[in-house]
Every structure is written in structure tokens, then in C-alpha cells.
Ligand binder design. Structure first.
Ligand SMILES: CC(C)(COP(=O)(O)OP(=O)(O)OC[C@H]1O[C@@H](n2cnc3c(N)ncnc32)[C@H](O)[C@@H]1OP(=O)(O)O)[C@@H](O)C(=O)NCCC(=O)NCCS
Length: 171
């Protein structure tokens, strides 16, 4: 395994990654011979058991980012994650929707609308939360367990529920 120093730019690639064990992602990517798609910027990216990352839009993660068990990310529309971010177990991040409006065409034939998701730095997303396409979580945001985040969240705000509502602001 190659150790990278902070600030190094590591372009890892995949359309699909499934991490079976807790192991450095660079190690896994070497094994899977993937070509492009994930950029890990800086040190200490940890992805726990069962994490799934897929989609051609690309995932870019900063420093000290931890994906807990069974996090599922579809990066079809592009997902960017800042520094010092904790993503709880079973969190789902979507960055694309199926088009569905035309009732005369099968949904499966209507294609996708891709919408990037941006997650700032110093963010904590509680277990089981769902982040929908196009959402931006500002720096310092906390998302409660099980929340469904449908809209952008202002920096240092705590949101909970379905759909998300503001529970408070970090002081
Ligand atoms: C969001 C969170 C951090 C807030 O914790 P807290 O500051 O102690 O807040 P409280 O427990 O005092 O709750 C404040 C209010 O928000 C509500 N609330 C808290 N978390 C909620 C959630 N996830 N969904 C819906 N409502 C929630 C409470 O019911 C309470 O409502 P009330 O004022 O009407 O009684 C916490 O509830 C949470 O969801 N933690 C995530 C845990 C987790 O996923 N850990 C990692 C797993 S890998």
C-alpha cells in the first residue's frame, strides 16, 4: 500500500466499489484495478465494512473522512465531501433522480437528472439518514439519525426528521 501525505492528489477510479473489510481504500483500489472516478485528497480516509460507492459522476473526499458501516453513495451526479466528516452507518447519498414525469414513457426509459451533492467540512451525518440529489450541507452541519434531507442546510445548523427541519444551531 502506498501512503500519501496530506495534500497529495490521489485519483482512484471506479464505477463501483464494495469494501468488504475495514482497510485503507488505496489498498482496495489497487486490488480492483479501477480506472477513474474517486479522488481522495489528503490523509485518513476510512471506509468501514460494506460501504458501497458507485456512479460515474465522481466522488471527491477531503481529509479525515470516515464512512461507517454500510454507507451507500451513488455519485452519478458527483459527490463532494469536505474535511473532518463523519458519515454514520447506513447513510444513503443520492446524486441522481430517475426522470418520471412523462406517463407515456416507462420510467426506466426516461433517463436520469443528475444533481451534485456537496457536503462541507466538520459535518456529522447520523445513522440511516438519506441525502437527496442536489443538496448542499454547509460546514458544521449535523444531520439527525434517520432524517431525509431534501433541501440545502445552512452552516452549523442541526436538522432532524422527514423531511428535515431545523432542530437548532451549533453555538
Ligand atoms: C440530532 C442529534 C445529534 C440531537 O441530539 P441532542 O442534541 O441530544 O437533541 P435531543 O435528543 O435533545 O432532541 C432535541 C429534539 O429533537 C428531536 N430529535 C432529535 N434527534 C432526532 C432525530 N434523529 N429525528 C427526529 N427528531 C429528533 C427530539 O425528539 C427533540 O424533540 P423535542 O424538542 O420536540 O422533544 C441526535 O438526536 C441524533 O440523531 N444523533 C445521531 C446518532 C447516530 O446516528 N450516531 C451514529 C451512528 S453510526
Amino acid at each position: 500500500m502506498t501512503r500519501r501525505s496530506p495534500g497529495d492528489y490521489l485519483r482512484l477510479g471506479c464505477n463501483y466499489i464494495y469494501i468488504h473489510f475495514i482497510r485503507p481504500i488505496v489498498d482496495y483500489v489497487k486490488m480492483s484495478r479501477l480506472r477513474r472516478g474517486i479522488q481522495v485528497v489528503g490523509e485518513d480516509f476510512r471506509a468501514n465494512h460494506g460501504v458501497i460507492i458507485k456512479g460515474r459522476g465522481g466522488l471527491r473526499v477531503g481529509r479525515h473522512v470516515h464512512l461507517n458501516d454500510y454507507v451507500w453513495i451513488n455519485a452519478g451526479g458527483g459527490v463532494t465531501i469536505g474535511d473532518n466528516v463523519q458519515i454514520g452507518c447506513y447513510v444513503i447519498i443520492h446524486s441522481a433522480n430517475h426522470r418520471y414525469r412523462d406517463r407515456d414513457v416507462l420510467i426506466t426509459d426516461q433517463g436520469h437528472d443528475v444533481k451534485p451533492v456537496t457536503i462541507g467540512s466538520d459535518v456529522w451525518i447520523g445513522g440511516g439518514a438519506v441525502i437527496l440529489p442536489g443538496v448542499t450541507l454547509g460546514d458544521g452541519v449535523v444531520v439527525g439519525a434517520g432524517s431525509v434531507v431534501t433541501k440545502d442546510v445552512e452552516p452549523y445548523t442541526v436538522v432532524v426528521g422527514v423531511p428535515n427541519r431545523v432542530m437548532g444551531v451549533r453555538s
